[in-house]
Design a protein around this ligand. Sequence first.
Ligand code: SF4
Ligand code: SF4
Length: 113
Amino acid sequence: MAKKVGMLIDLEFCVGCYACQTACQDYYELSVEETYLRCFGMKEHKCDIVDGNEMMFLAPYPYDLEKCAYCFEQEGGIAPCTPQCMAKAIHVDEIDKLRELADKSKWRTLIYQ
Ligand code: SF4
Ligand code: SF4
């Protein structure tokens, strides 16, 4: 039986930069409209500004994965969308491994499958 695969997004570290989305589009040579992963879920991000005060801002995170192939196996265990994430907030793997990763994290995570 085929193993279940999926994607984990760490919402604490995702900064909504779209790099995962564009990396997937580049890899599969897709247009903007054809993307397999779309960042449009909105979340509040927190960051420090120069005077030390915290600032909240809204930014997207990877959300729509209807067409995602969870394709980590064909690239030697690394999905093309993940190396581009400077925040290391996106992981594609077998569901059991993702759950382990999520359990170890104290941050908020989402798992898609
Ligand atoms: S998961 Fe990473 S690459 Fe994708 S939007 Fe978030 S920070 Fe950017
Ligand atoms: S796992 Fe594959 S299909 Fe899904 S977003 Fe990443 S590169 Fe695209």
